[in-house]
Design a protein. Sequence first.
Length: 103
Amino acid sequence: NLCEGTGTNVFVVLDGRLVTPPLAAGCLAGITRELLLEVASADEQDVPMAALPEVQEAFLTSSTRDIQPIRSIDGRALASVPGALTTAAIDAWRALEASSLDP
């Protein structure tokens, strides 16, 4: 299953839904990940590596990068970078940052 990037958490869009691996998958309990789960329409779900060819959008989160869109997976360019759900997550993150110095 998909878990995380090096020092980052990963979110992907599958079947039109924004998902991130659950902590039970062994991923980093990132602060940015947790806050984004609170403000964006995202779900925790195991993502099998076999599902990567079906990923429509993807991005990494971290305290130093905030939200960083992913352009390609295994050499396959993603159609829209950032896509609609990635853009919505970026907007939700920026609104959270604007509302509090310590979210």
